[in-house]
Write a protein that binds this ligand. Structure first.
Ligand SMILES: [Zn+2]
Length: 375
């Protein structure tokens, strides 16, 4: 990946380039910050720049043997470690799948990786991975000047795994670099964080997103792209999904309205068959759509709650439906139930990634939501 292709966080690019040229690259760094702010693409651009033998002023050449291997993610001195499922698995066993997904989309997020790979809560970077790192660290770099270890989502390591890595972070091995990539450094062990030099990523700005997606999709109106960016709250993968037309907004909103009505009515036995049918239909849709539906539902509920405090809030998404009045709906969202409702939706989203039976999940969720809304 080239630096020029990484969206946002230009100040971090400048620092990384300066550190390479002045030969002051921190041996262990933490790329932390906002959700989907491009930590992984930045790490890929940084490593390519480190390995490039014919660097330009502010980017890699893209032509030297090191760059060519980096563009294909097959450089022998770059080692990826990321969450995998099952105690016996390791990143090395799952690399081809990871490589494919990152090449398709360097802004790969945890949800998509976990779902694609059917990883459940026991997934993570494993002790086996730490053992592999321990072995590799003693080898010489083959072709790049450094050996580089990228740990994607290091917060998924358990304490044993983390402790196995500590000594490498404390006592740097020659010509070895570590890049830890996270969106939530609070969940990392403090002993790890304190040994890393942190670079904090900011959310990618709307203007930059707009230019990028306009170039990618000249067939779309600027206004409609801007609307999608705002509705997706500058979330790269959300924008991508909407643009690729996977999500029919109107249908999602209608579905939300139906669902809320059925949740409200779930206390009367009469409407339960309809609710079961709704859950059954939802469970038959693509899992990505189910996940997106939960995200959008959460977004609508949060914004509706805010309406109770200020009517001048610019609401995204805007729902236009003859039988739905968001202000009336907002009256059912109070300080007493909003936290529980949001937590419920958030947790359900996480469970849905891990478990197959979404019909039961939606049914459970609907009854719980119904109780909270009727409180
Ligand atoms: Zn190069």
């Amino acid at each position: 990946m080239y630096f020029q292709d990484v969206l946002g966080n230009n100040s971090i690019k400048t620092i990384l380039i300066k550190e390479v040229y002045s030969n002051k690259i921190p041996h262990a760094q933490l790329f932390n910050g906002a959700k989907e702010a491009g930590q992984l693409p930045m790490a890929l651009a940084f490593v390519m720049f480190v390995f490039c033998t014919n660097r330009k002023k502010d980017d890699s050449c893209g032509r030297c043997p090191n760059c060519i291997k980096m563009l294909k993610l097959i450089h022998p001195d770059l080692h990826f470690f990321f969450p995998t499922k099952g105690a016996k698995s390791s990143s090395k066993d799952n690399f081809l799948e990871f490589q494919k997904m990152v090449q398709q989309n360097p802004y790969l997020n945890k949800d998509d990786w976990y779902q694609n790979h059917k990883i459940n809560s026991s997934g993570g970077i494993k002790v086996r991975d730490a053992k592999i790192i321990n072995k590799l660290i003693n080898l010489k770099a083959y072709e790049g000047a450094y050996k580089v270890f990228i740990l994607w989502l290091p917060e998924t390591m358990n304490t044993i795994t983390s402790n196995k890595l500590l000594k490498h972070l404390e006592e740097p091995s020659p010509n070895t670099l570590f890049v830890f990539i996270t969106e939530n450094s609070d969940t990392l062990l403090p002993t790890i964080v304190s040994r890393l030099q942190t670079k904090t990523f900011k959310q990618i700005e709307t203007a930059e997103m707009l230019t990028y997606f306009q170039q990618k999709h000249p067939e779309l109106e600027g206004d409609s792209i801007e609307k999608i960016i705002k509705e997706s709250q500058n979330n790269y993968n959300g924008i991508l999904r909407k643009i690729s037309g996977q999500i029919n907004e109107e249908e999602t909103h209608n579905n939300f309205i139906d669902w809320m009505r059925l949740c409200f009515l779930a206390k009367t036995k009469k409407s339960i068959p309809d609710l079961i049918l709704w859950c059954e239909n939802m469970s038959k849709t693509d899992k990505n759509l189910q996940l997106e539906f939960l995200k959008i539902s959460l977004q609508i509920i949060r914004h509706a709650f805010l309406l109770n405090y200020s009517t001048s809030i610019d609401l995204y998404p805007k729902i236009q439906h003859p039988n739905f009045n968001i202000k009336k709906f907002a009256k059912y969202l109070t300080k007493k139930n909003i936290c529980q409702i949001c937590r419920l939706l958030d947790n359900s989203h996480d469970y849905l990634i891990r478990y197959a039976n979404s019909k039961i999940l939606f049914l459970d969720l609907s009854f719980s939501l119904g109780k909270l809304l009727n409180k």
